[in-house]
Design a protein around this ligand. Structure first.
Ligand SMILES: [Zn+2]
Length: 189
């Protein structure tokens, strides 16, 4: 076991005791280690970098029309409660000579989602990363997500979906561009 894994495992053992459980009972024997591994997996975005994710998958293109990747599945953890928030991301950009490999947009979303987050920061980090990689004329990101910390505890608003958006460049400056994007992701009024 790596140092980090054994340390997190130890702490999960203590958490179980703190919750009034018996970590030595059969069903829980391997739970601290499994929980530690799961948490490491859910936070693996810390170990990744934009360069490594994109890995040169930028292609020359004279397309200057909006590129949209819709309905990217998103799983993250809220940094306030360490509980999941789950939803979809929609990402658009307007290329200026370079387009990004299609799967890379989803991988950028994943890299930032697999960290402790709040939805607003996650939205901005994705937008700025796509901007940085593509030098696009504009980037738009909308995230719609349900937060377990809202649904399972506290107010228990079970169906509330939080929407956050970040518009950069052309999407910020031009109402038409923004409208076109919102229409294409089915969110315009
Ligand atoms: Zn929370």
């Amino acid at each position: 076991m790596s140092d980090q894994l054994s340390q997190i495992t130890h702490h999960y053992h203590e958490i179980l005791k703190g919750l009034g459980e018996d970590p030595e009972r059969e069903g829980l024997l391997d739970t601290p280690k499994r929980a530690a591994k799961a948490m490491q997996y859910l936070c693996r975005g810390y170990e990744q970098s934009l360069d490594e994710i994109v890995n040169g998958a930028l292609f020359a293109s004279d397309n200057d029309e909006m590129v949209i990747v819709r309905d990217i599945e998103l799983y993250s953890l809220c940094e306030h409660h360490l509980l999941p928030f789950i939803g979809k991301a929609h990402v658009a950009y307007i290329p200026t000579g370079k387009v990004l490999g299609l799967s890379k947009v989803a991988r950028i979303v994943d890299m930032f989602a697999r960290r402790l987050q709040i939805q607003e920061n996650l939205t901005r980090q994705i937008a700025e990363a796509v901007q940085q990689v593509t030098s696009a004329a504009g980037v738009a990101v909308v995230i719609e997500a349900k937060h377990m910390c809202m649904m399972m505890r506290g107010v228990e608003k079970q169906n509330s979906v939080m929407t956050s958006s970040v518009m950069l460049g052309a999407f910020r400056q031009s109402t038409n561009t923004r409208q076109e994007f919102l229409q294409l992701i089915g969110r315009s009024k």
